[in-house]
Design a protein around this ligand. Structure first.
Ligand code: SAH
Length: 357
């Protein structure tokens, strides 16, 4: 997945093969779920052998595959440089949704999130992003297709816009998985410049903005990058996204027990979103071991939702899926990467020493 069909075709030409075999190879991977070259029966045997020795279909390997009792699949993929990323497949009724990562780690530092505990290590490549989707799709029974894709895994999506958009465009193209752009949602911490850049790209991807607080002061505390960008600029850029794309923006609001889940915040949030054609998605916090935040009570969630509904806002409460398998952003990777590490608030302390970790 690190090369395009064009590049692979050129490689074939150099070796005396017809370049159209590249299209066959990609069709095998995207349509017929091939994970190696050996079984690509309409590709000449000699070329298949050359492909086997020079390439692999996937650049990542599966480090762990967990299945939760509710059927949620979570893959921890290991990249060729040994770094690890998570992605998740969720099934409910007629929906099959994948959630993918865009970076190893995250540089935004949201105080409640496991992904950013050690900062950002690097952007994922276009191929690594596409691969997460294809690998998860391959877990589905043959007659099932993916219906939705959310970019809500590890990393700040828009910090890797240059690889993310080509990856999503590929997935949505007829030569990829042919998914509709409207089935795709990109979640961002709220980087106004990048949101405007995305708006100018004229795609139909949905945008979800991680607001988490209705006031500057509270958002500064929970989402440190807010001190640089400001809530107002985030909301303005979201308005522009809606104007240009016609896609209704979702505002995500992680509810942290006793911190941002009160009636006062609900009212302030309603004031902020009132005149907009927007949607609010309330996300009850998934506790991260070592971080001092708690899940809100069911009552707090119900009351918060009630305030928004009374103000006629479109609102939903996210159901938690796959809790048993650490299916919240960055939690599986964190556990796998070390039992040696104990989280202490925002910094981490090593227990024992291991120079290469
Ligand atoms: N960086 C992007 C996308 C990744 S996170 C963003 O900030 O939107 C996807 C969503 O999950 C964000 O709204 C994020 O704040 C939220 N999230 C992170 N950790 C969480 C946790 N432990 N429980 C619930 N939601 C969490």
């Amino acid at each position: 997945m690190e090369v395009s069909p064009g590049d692979l075709g050129a490689w074939m030409t150099e070796r005396g093969h017809r370049p159209y075999h590249a299209r066959q190879v990609f069709r095998w991977v995207f349509e017929r779920r091939a994970e190696s070259f050996g079984g690509m029966s309409d590709v000449p045997m000699r070329l298949r052998e050359e492909l086997e020795s020079a390439w692999t279909v996937f650049s990542t390997t599966v480090a762990t595959h967990q299945v939760a009792p509710d059927g949620t699949d979570k893959l921890l993929l290991e990249c060729s440089d040994g770094r690890r990323v998570e992605c998740v497949l969720m099934a409910e009724q007629d929906r099959r949704t994948v959630c993918i990562s865009t970076q190893v780690g995250c540089g935004m530092g949201c105080v409640f999130c496991a992904s950013g505990l050690r900062g950002v290590e690097r952007n994922l490549t276009r191929g690594e992003i596409v691969e997460q989707v294809v690998r998860l799709r391959n877990l589905l029974p043959p007659e099932e297709r993916l219906t939705n894709l959310v970019v809500m895994g590890m990393g700040e999506s828009l910090a890797n816009l240059d690889n993310l958009i080509p990856a999503l465009d590929w997935i949505c193209s007829p030569g990829g998985l042919g998914m509709g752009q409207r089935r795709v949602t990109i979640s961002t911490v709220g980087l106004p410049e990048k949101m405007r850049k995305l708006a100018a790209m004229d795609r139909s991807y949905n945008l979800a903005v991680s607001l988490h607080a209705p006031t500057e002061a509270l958002r500064d505390r929970l989402v440190p990058i807010n001190a640089k960008v400001g809530l107002r600029a985030v909301v303005d850029a979201a308005d522009e996204y809606f104007r240009r794309s016609g896609r209704r923006v979702t505002f995500e609001y992680v509810m942290l027990g006793g911190i941002n889940d009160g009636l006062a915040e609900a009212r302030e949030l309603a004031d902020l979103l009132e005149a907009k054609k927007a949607h609010a998605n309330l996300i009850p916090y998934n506790p991260v071991p070592g971080l001092p935040f708690e899940r809100p009570t069911a009552e707090a969630v119900r009351r918060f939702e009630g305030v928004l509904k009374a103000r006629r806002l479109s609102v939903s409460v996210r159901k938690t899926k796959g809790r048993e398998i650490d299916a919240a952003c960055g939690q599986l990777r964190r556990r796998s990467e070390d039992g040696r590490e104990v989280a202490m608030g925002r910094s981490t302390a090593r227990v024992g020493s291991s120079p290469d970790s």
